[in-house]
Design a protein around this ligand. Structure first.
Ligand code: G3P
Ligand code: CA
Length: 325
């Protein structure tokens, strides 16, 4: 039962500004997304978490001491706490403990100052944007450039948020609906590492859905739940068929497509792309980064197609602009 039908891969690689142009501006800020669009990204990629009052905001993690100046705000000192998120103890300040108004008093900072020292010049300047603000930016920039800017939201820790009464799916679909962006043809993909979250979204919206798989082919909620499928490789053909019952494609760690040996040498591509395409699933790979693999991989797969087979055209997208991490 493939209720979602088959999707055709696009003829050209699609460029997704992973967390915006996160090599050049602090990630998940309007300034980072705007620069990604102006650099030519087809899509921007907001990771989404919830505030205390149920507003979706763009952060990779709900713990925000690494990406904001929250620790320097004495009024929030007492909110520092330790929680277990998806089985891992995490200490710090959490978006779900701050209202949107409180979160808006914070300023973003570079998450990886050692990797991207120049980005630290923007520390303290930019706000944490809401998902609505990200959509507004995409629309405004799209009008300016006369093209449609795609949006590729990712729900972060959805089971956890559901468990504390702040489910992400309802506000996500509500905001997309308010923006008339819930059609299959809209330039929107919703991605998640959690199968339960995507299966819920499948029942709620027509948006295209992407099941994220880590380097071993695993969605995180199955890992956390000790589901027996954790110990299988979900990129195997029989499992791809199951994924296709609720999703339109897989978003795979690039190492699942082109593995490396212990010394880091690229090995022959796996059959994941071919298997997924045979089942009508899209394949979106992440994350290609300038400082490590993007260029060699691009050249190897694109410049010498006969050596290993031309799979360049089978990548629906390349992620990453600049020093991404
Ligand atoms: O889309 C997949 C990719 O975004 C997962 O990586 O950066 O959210 O941890 P990340
Ligand atoms: Ca992401």
């Amino acid at each position: 039962d493939t209720s979602r039908g088959s999707s055709r891969p696009s003829a050209h690689p699609i460029v997704i500004g992973h967390r915006g142009a996160s090599g050049y501006r602090p990630e998940h800020t309007l300034e980072s997304y705007r620069l990604a669009i102006r650099m030519g990204a087809d899509y921007i990629e907001p990771d989404l978490v919830s505030t205390k009052d149920g507003v979706l905001v763009a952060r990779h993690e709900n713990e925000i001491s690494g990406t904001t100046d929250v620790a320097a705000h004495p009024e929030f000192a007492a909110r520092k706490t330790t929680k277990t998120i998806d089985g891992t103890p995490v200490t710090g300040w959490f978006t779900e403990d701050l209202t949107l108004a409180e979160l808006k008093t914070l300023r973003a900072k570079e998450r990886l100052p050692q990797v991207r020292p120049t980005n630290t010049t923007f520390d303290g300047k930019f706000e944490v944007p809401t998902f609505q603000e990200v959509l507004d930016l995409a629309r405004t920039e799209g009008r300016r450039l006369d093209r449609t800017i795609g949006v590729y939201p990712e729900t972060k820790h959805p089971s956890y948020f559901q468990s504390i009464g702040l489910a992400l799916e309802e506000p996500l679909v509500r905001v997309l609906k308010q923006n008339r962006l819930t059609g299959r043809k809209d330039k929107v993909f919703i991605q998640s590492f959690e199968t339960a979250n995507l299966r819920k979204l499948d029942r709620m919206t027509d948006n295209k859905l992407i099941q994220l798989l880590d380097a071993s082919g695993r969605p995180y909620d199955l890992v956390v739940a000790n589901d027996p499928r954790t110990y299988q490789d979900l990129a195997k053909p029989e499992n791809l068929k199951w994924i296709h019952t609720y999703a339109d494609g897989i978003g795979v760690n690039k190492n699942l497509i082109v593995p490396r040996d212990a010394a880091g040498k690229l090995l022959a591509p796996t059959s994941v792309i071919r298997d997924a395409h045979r089942d009508g699933l899209l394949v979106h790979a992440w994350t290609f980064r300038a400082e490590n693999q993007f260029l060699p991989l691009d050249f190897r797969l694109g410049a010498d197609p006969n050596a290993r087979g031309d799979i360049t055209s089978e990548y629906e997208l390349f992620y990453g602009l600049g020093l991404d991490g």
